[in-house]
Design a protein around this ligand. Structure first.
Ligand code: SF4
Length: 243
């Protein structure tokens, strides 16, 4: 049942927004750089930083290892927290240089669990960033969870607002086939809805393709949310919370 509902939500979003063509990076290396730089900042700021790096011919493992940290920080100023991000980006590329002969493809060829463990060991890379790299740079069927996912699916009545990353992820991975293309498009569509319609304040429910199934919308209309009969224990029990 959950499988069918999640597919219907996907279909409604796809029909409304169309294919999102993610990730907007040209190469796996650019996707990795973008995933690290996009933390807490909008993507257009990341694009400015990536353009700055390209302009200086630094968008390579060797380039990012060799560039002085201060110069790197200046080039990525548009992404905020640029000193911290410069240290993290450089540290990550040094690891690729030392452990994978500077070849990003070798790193990304690791088996999925091993790659995820290694990414999470890198300073400043959390689950969302690691899973973004797995899905969008390494083409692995890993569902990416972000703040939009939690907001939308708690409003839809599937999870608590404070749901953990692993519990939220398990909702999708336990009830959808492990399909890279599906997970890629699903996350991108969630971002499209969360960014412009299901906003934190004053969501535009009348424009939302999911409003016919949304508990929050029903509550906002002054009615009691319908009992949709969902039993959420199924995926909570299967969740592995490694936080
Ligand atoms: S109906 Fe409103 S609250 Fe519900 S998912 Fe859509 S925008 Fe968000």
């Amino acid at each position: 049942m959950l499988h069918q509902e999640l597919r219907e939500i996907f279909d409604d979003l796809l029909e409304h927004f169309g294919p999102q063509h993610w990730w907007p990076g040209e190469t796996p290396l650019e996707v990795v750089v973008g995933a690290i730089l996009t933390q807490n900042v909008a993507w257009n700021n990341v694009e400015k930083a990536i353009n700055n790096l390209q302009g200086k011919d630094l968008l390579s493992v060797a380039g990012l290892v060799q560039v002085p940290r201060e110069e790197l920080a200046e080039l990525i100023i548009p992404t905020r927290y640029y000193n911290q991000k410069a240290t993290r980006l450089k540290g990550f590329m040094i690891m690729v240089e030392e452990e994978f002969s500077g070849e990003m493809d070798k790193l990304l060829a690791l088996e999925t669990d091993e790659l995820r463990r290694l990414l999470l060991k890198s300073k400043g890379i959390g689950k969302e960033t690691a899973d973004s790299i797995l899905l969008y740079a390494a083409d692995r069927p890993v569902f990416v969870v972000d703040a939009y996912t939690r907001r939308i699916f708690s409003r839809l009545g599937y999870v608590e607002e404070k749901v953990s990353y692993d519990e939220m992820q398990a909702l999708f991975t336990n009830h959808l086939p492990a399909d890279t293309d599906l997970f890629n498009e699903y996350h991108a569509l969630i971002v499209a809805l969360g960014k412009d319609i299901c906003r934190a304040r004053n969501p535009l429910c009348s424009d939302c393709p999911l409003n016919h199934r949304c508990s929050y919308r029903i509550a906002e209309d002054g009615k009691q949310p319908e009992d949709n009969g969902r039993d959420n224990t199924e995926y909570y029990e299967n969740a592995e919370d490694t936080k």
